[in-house]
Design a protein around this ligand. Structure first.
Ligand SMILES: [Zn+2]
Length: 148
């Protein structure tokens, strides 16, 4: 699997093993059970279908793009452990359905909350939360609307 985890340039992930920088862009790290076909995110969060033998679980990267399945707009700062030194309210949170069939929630960046609608195509990106003691940008995954 072609991926680059850990850090990229001046960016470091806020939490490990959730997304990867690839040649195609940012992609979420998932796992797929080859017995029951279920995808998991985070990859270690594996709730298999009842009776699954759980054999052949492998790490996979989700597609970079997905479709907005639902969203909401929050007018208050996210509670801990979420940490940012930026004033981000109001901000949309999107539930994105990936072609693999799994839905993952994330902050939406660079979009007008009033223009969001279910079905919009989005891509995975990163969002800078704060700078760490070494001056690096600590980032999490986020979604950006394509062709708004
Ligand atoms: Zn399974």
């Amino acid at each position: 699997m072609e991926k680059e985890v850990g850090e990229r340039g001046n960016e470091v992930p806020a939490l490990p093993d959730l997304f990867a920088w690839t040649e195609e862009g940012v992609r979420l790290i998932s796992a797929r059970c080859n017995t029951c076909g279920t995808y998991f995110f985070p990859a270690y969060h594996s709730q298999h279908r009842p009776g699954c033998s759980r054999e052949g679980v492998e790490e996979v990267l989700l597609s970079r793009k997905g479709k907005l399945a639902s969203y909401t707009v929050q007018y208050y700062m996210p509670p801990p452990p979420f940490k940012t030194d930026r004033e981000i309210t109001p901000y949309p949170i999107g539930l994105v359905e990936f072609p693999e069939g799994i839905q993952v929630v994330g902050i939406m960046v660079g979009c007008d909350p009033d223009k969001l609608r279910v079905g919009l195509e989005v891509e995975t990106t990163t969002f800078t939360l704060y700078k760490d003691d070494e001056g690096k940008d600590v980032v999490t995954w986020a979604y950006r609307v394509l062709n708004e």
